[in-house]
Design a protein around this ligand. Structure first.
Ligand code: BGC
Length: 727
């Protein structure tokens, strides 16, 4: 009975909250906390997965105040119906929050995040996240589990497709752009969504590339490699964060007080809501750090988690743990406060129905503008890896083109993993994209060649058909790569090769002696040594999303001059892994006795149809004071026939230092567009921020002495010069 005593007061309270949503937020949260029962408090931090088959059960639980947020519930009408139950039928009328994996698009699917990072174009990346937010918010979603900012140097890890690659600086830039894109200036306006930056921290260190496998990495790695993109996301205003499946210092992330309190709150200044990953609370039992759910719930809450994703254990055992004095009530109050705070910031108290507008949903989703932006992003993400004899761009008037390969007409895989509500019927295949671009006199021949998903070799019949049509063509466009499910969560790939059938197809087509443009659709660096040898031109098209086919055709036929650069090293050999550019100095050059240690394509690499010439580097001074700056400039000239965009990259090295530093580290980059014959001076300002490092005691510091500046078109082709930093 006591539970319902407060209803009249609460109706007034909530109405008052509605009137003044942004004012005195803390005071209002305090008022709510005062009247919430323990069950209602644990209900607020209970995040459950929605399945339509369980709708009625879920509604009953919402009525009882047992659910604070849902994931996988979407659609304006569906979510309004669920929200109505929370707002009208639960005792405290607290609105629900709807969360979703909007990783690279809601319905209009953009290239996978690794591909987006290959554009190095922060405006385009921000725009792409903003399209995703616009569609998701119109479909009743208020929070996305993105961006994933895990730095990864092991392409066997399937989730490398979901991040920005191997480098903490590029990763930080991308993290910030994506947060700004999802959240806009404010996520209270109903057209943006809150970002949930993930997975805190070090998930990308997965041992041997096996998902969830625990690697004990050092605190130096944590601070130099894994934290910077999180810090960038926090600085950009990320409203929430997800704890990782893995651990730091062998303590699971969701029970790691050092990570979640000392590092995240005290040192990094994060003020938002911490959501666990899927059942990472009950996983504490399966990982063997405690014996039962009660201990797991207490460990996670005390460590600093605010919302429990899908395990339900906090809801189940939490109230009793507080009553028995096993957890301090201030821990649950902190968590509830962070959840309510997020709901306030989303404007849900002001208007719980603001995200459920079917009219806007209809107009927004897959709109012409959104598709154009997805096309723009896809074109900018493609990386030209090889172009012998300038075979590309192709003429639109070629007599006969053979389009061959299991990905030539494929639509589903082009969307990549984590494609949210994407539908293959909306995707433009490579075949259709080429048809849209070539002139009427061009004859197009097609053969599938082999299956995409098989490791068994039974494709020789189709291979012979492919050879037959290849012989009739002037040029062959070969589409091979990875099926989407071979990338993403739990999709580790040990050998880093496309399937043997596809490799056989590539070899067989190469035997025809015809010019071959190899278009690769994949979500990770692969070992492309043989594929590169067997093709004239090689285009890394990644998993390019809804507009993929048009984007590739635009690049192949010169409507867009490729400008992407690899955000991650492509090894020449799987045994080289991890192979990344920012290696620390060693005493002398050594490699392997059976192979080179050079990557096939280094970090930052990507060709253009035009040719850029770099001048020597000029410095404004050869000495810098700690409170000063110096300018490093180069003149970039377009020496080729086409207008092109170049990503000019600046790296810094600290050759003598009290700890062993990487030989060079990316510190800045700039995208420059030049017409044929045009030159431009590119200027970078270097300050102390670019020279800091963590010393042997992990204190952020700088040391006077010589620094090297490298500027170039990728991490291994650079000009260099030195300057002195005085004390
Ligand atoms: C993944 C998260 C994802 C969550 C919800 C987990 O398995 O690790 O990245 O956001 O599921 O779908």
């Amino acid at each position: 009975m006591t539970r319902f005593r407060y209803i009249p007061t609460l109706v007034l309270l909530v109405a008052a909250i509605g009137l003044n949503a942004q004012e005195n937020k803390n005071q209002k949260i305090d008022s709510l906390l005062k009247v919430m029962t323990l069950e209602e408090k644990f209900g607020q931090i209970n995040l459950l997965a929605y399945y339509s088959s369980q709708k009625e059960i879920i509604k009953e639980r919402i009525k009882k105040g047992e659910i604070g947020a849902l994931l996988k519930a979407n659609g304006a009408a569906n979510n309004r119906e669920l929200q109505k139950v929370a707002v009208e039928n639960s005792r405290l009328h607290i609105p629900l929050m709807f969360q979703e994996d909007v990783i690279h698009g809601y319905k209009t699917i953009a290239p996978v995040p690794l591909a987006e990072a290959a554009s190095w174009d922060m405006e385009a990346i921000q725009q792409s996240a903003s399209v995703a937010a616009s569609e998701a918010s119109a479909a009743g979603v208020q929070l996305t589990y993105a961006p994933m900012v895990d730095i990864c140097r092991d392409p066997r890890w399937g989730r490398i497709m979901e991040g920005a690659g191997e480098d903490p600086y590029l990763g930080s830039e991308v993290a910030s752009a994506r947060v700004k894109g999802f959240q806009g200036d404010s996520y209270t306006n109903g057209t943006n969504i809150m970002a949930c930056v993930k997975h805190f921290a070090g998930y990308g260190a997965a041992l041997s590339g096996e998902d969830y496998a625990i690697l004990d990495y050092s605190e130096r790695d944590l601070r130099e490699l894994y934290l910077p993109p999180f810090q960038a996301a926090i600085n950009a205003g990320a409203g929430s964060l997800m704890s990782a499946y893995t651990s730091y210092n062998a303590v699971p992330a969701s029970a790691n007080k050092f990570l979640l309190k000392t590092v995240l709150r005290d040192q990094m200044g994060f003020k938002g809501m911490v959501i666990t990953d899927w059942r990472t609370t009950s996983n504490l039992v399966s990982m063997g750090v405690c014996g039962d759910d009660s201990l797991a719930a207490a460990m996670a809450l005390e460590a600093g988690i605010d919302m429990d994703m899908t395990s339900g254990i906090l809801m189940k055992v939490g109230p009793d743990l507080i009553r028995k004095g096993k957890i301090d009530v201030k821990e649950i109050d902190r968590a509830v406060r962070n959840v309510l705070n997020a709901k306030f910031d989303m404007g849900l108290f002001e208007n719980p129905y603001k995200y459920f507008d079917e009219e806007r949903e209809k107009k927004e989703i897959l709109s012409k503008e959104n598709k154009e932006k997805a096309l723009d992003m896809a074109r900018k993400s493609m990386v030209l890896l090889k172009n012998d004899g300038d075979l590309l761009p192709l003429s639109r008037n070629i007599k006969t083109i053979a389009i061959i390969g299991p990905l030539a007409k494929d639509k589903k895989d082009l969307m990549g993993r984590w494609n949210c509500k994407g539908d293959e019927k909306d995707v433009i295949s490579l075949f259709d994209g080429i048809k849209n671009v070539v002139g009427p006199s061009t004859k197009i021949l097609y053969a599938e060649g082999c299956r995409l998903n098989g490791y068994k070799n039974n494709g020789s019949d189709s291979i012979s058909k492919a050879i037959e049509i290849a012989k009739q063509a002037d040029v062959i466009i070969l589409a091979v790569g990875e099926q989407a499910n071979f990338t993403g969560e739990t999709a580790g790939l040990a050998g880093l090769h496309i399937t043997p059938e596809q490799e056989q197809l590539v070899r067989a087509i190469h035997q025809t002696g015809k010019p071959i443009v190899n278009v690769l659709f994949n979500g990770r660096p692969l070992v492309l040594t043989e594929i590169a040898d067997n093709s004239t031109s090689l285009l890394e098209a990644w998993l390019p999303g809804t507009m993929g086919g048009d984007a590739v055709a635009d690049v192949l036929f010169g409507n867009y001059n490729p400008s992407g650069k690899l955000p991650v090293t492509f090894p020449a050999n799987a045994g080289q892994i991890p192979n990344f550019y920012a290696k620390r100095k060693k005493q002398s050059e050594t490699g392997y006795v059976d192979a080179s240690n050079k990557p096939l394509f280094p970090f930052g690499f990507g060709l253009s149809y035009t040719h850029f010439e770099y001048s020597k580097i000029k410095l404004s001074d050869i000495k810098m004071k700690p409170n000063g700056f110096i300018n490093a400039t180069i003149t970039l000239t377009n020496k080729g026939k086409y207008t092109g965009r170049e990503v000019v990259q600046l790296y810094i090295g600290d050759p003598v230092c009290s700890i062993i530093r990487p030989i060079k580290e990316l510190k800045k980059f700039s995208i420059v567009e030049l017409k044929p014959g045009e030159s431009k001076i590119v200027n970078f300002t270097i300050g102390l921020d670019d020279l800091y490092f963590f010393d042997k005691d992990l204190k952020k510091t700088y040391e006077p002495g010589t620094f090297k500046v490298y500027i170039g078109s990728n991490s291994s082709e650079t000009k260099e010069i030195s300057f002195e930093l005085s004390s």
